[in-house]
Design a protein around this ligand. Structure first.
Ligand code: ADP
Ligand code: MG
Length: 407
């Protein structure tokens, strides 16, 4: 299957080729013809599967054909980073006449107002700042005919349901609506069916390229040894580009601080930082200036950094879906990735919930120095020489055997 089989025209096909999008991903294959047709759509596929282009390419093609003034397309996403990523992808594919503005908090209001005054066809926005503009009368959504809610599950998690409802009351009821989500819960379904007209549902099952290229392992660890184990992993292995996840912003600050004090090139990203701090953290991580980025779930969601070599879950996420998202940050675009999870006895239950959701057992590898059971350094006072070889060889007899279901 090629992009031209999906009904895209030459201008876009050329861009796909020059950007090395040689063939459509499964969600793109299924969604693009539906969106080109003008139908409503619910699209569900894991993070990193190309959902952005799945809606942007057909939207751009339809926009080029209409060539009318006014705001035609409204794309809403939960975080500033996601809005900026969508905007970057839009700029890659759209021609310059199809003007676009991103509307996000923490960024210059003047730039947004100037762009709006000049006239735009496409708005990509976070819900809060968009509604600020609507209330001030600086954005008029009355001409919108295509509405996209991206990462709808995360928007609900973040409490944006009232904001979404308010946005819906400001766009015409006759429109095309597209909803994308990495997971489909009951609340997503309720929202979707309340705002859509007989939507087509496209669900790309979980077994995709991303997941199969990630090697997953869990280390049972005593709560008091978590930080020591993290340091050991980062100091004895030459992991290239590491995302460390913590449950709280404070935890992210604390870990980043400790790592920096140990002269590891680390930084953190979470929603209490300013927009420019977050952008800088992300950029430095992308270009390799920072080796380790410590992140919370919300800040990391959908962040598109290629070539993350390792994801380390310092804390087991409470929501099993977050595990899927976190681990989806590595093993992208066919690269190999490693996901390491530190599991305290208190977190074991959450870890099992994750295994149930993913239908995949994760190997438990017991490191006697850190799990609170083994005598410290039983063998020549140090367990270190083992660990420096990477974790694959260290399966102890008691370790959980892998029973990965290959569906
Ligand atoms: P999602 O929204 O599903 O998390 P993205 O749209 O952010 O995924 O895409 C993930 C990455 O894959 C991006 O870097 C994007 O440029 C790239 N990508 C998307 N579609 C293709 C394709 N057909 N071929 C190659 N790369 C692609
Ligand atoms: Mg996305």
């Amino acid at each position: 299957m090629t992009f031209s089989d999906l009904g895209l025209r030459d201008a876009l096909l050329n861009k796909c080729e020059s950007l090395d999008y040689s063939e459509p991903t499964p969600i793109q294959e299924q969604a693009i013809p539906v969106v080109l047709d003008g139908a409503d759509l619910i699209g569900c596929a894991e993070t990193g599967t190309g959902k952005t282009a799945a809606f942007l390419l057909p939207i751009i093609q339809r926009l080029a054909a209409r060539n009318k003034p006014g705001v035609k397309v409204l794309i809403v996403a939960p975080t500033r980073e996601l809005v900026m990523q969508i905007e970057q992808e839009y700029i890659k594919f759209a021609n310059k006449k199809m003007r676009c503005v991103s509307i996000i908090g923490g960024a210059s209001m003047n730039r947004q107002l100037n762009a709006l005054r000049r006239g735009v066809n496409v708005i990509i926005a976070t819900p809060g700042r968009l509604l600020d503009h609507v209330k001030r009368g600086t954005v008029n959504l009355a001409t919108v005919d295509t509405l996209v809610l991206d990462e709808a599950d995360r928007m609900l998690d973040m409490g944006f349901l009232p904001a979404i409802k308010e946005i819906l009351s400001n766009v015409p009821s006759k429109r095309q609506t597209l909803l994308f989500s990495a997971t489909i819960s009951d609340s997503i379904k309720t929202l979707a069916y309340s705002m859509m007209d007989d939507p087509e549902v496209i669900e790309v099952s979980r077994q995709n390229r991303t997941a199969r290229t990630v090697n997953q392992v869990a280390y049972p660890v005593a709560t008091a040894s978590k930080t020591a184990l993290l340091l050991d992993l980062l100091e004895t292995n030459n992991f290239e580009k590491v995302l460390v996840f913590t449950r709280t912003k404070r935890g992210a600050d604390r870990i980043a601080h400790i790592l920096t004090a140990r002269e590891l090139r680390a930084n953190r990203i979470h929603s209490n930082l300013s927009q420019s701090q977050r952008e800088r953290a992300l950029k430095n991580f992308k270009i390799g200036k920072t080796r380790i980025l410590v992140a919370t779930d919300i800040a990391s969601r959908g962040i598109d950094v290629d070539s993350v070599s390792h994801v380390i879950n310092y804390d087991v996420p409470e929501a099993p879906e977050d595990y899927v998202h976190r681990v989806g940050r590595t093993g992208r675009a066919g690269n190999e990735g490693q996901a390491i999870t530190l599991v305290t006895p208190n977190e074991e239950l959450a870890m099992r919930g994750i295994e149930r959701l993913t239908e995949q057992k994760v190997d438990r590898v017991v490191l006697p120095d850190f799990n609170g059971n083994g005598p410290m350094g039983l063998l020549n006072g140090s367990g270190k020489q083992n660990r420096s070889n990477g974790f694959k060889k260290k399966r102890s007899g008691r370790a959980f055997r892998s029973r990965r279901s290959r569906k």
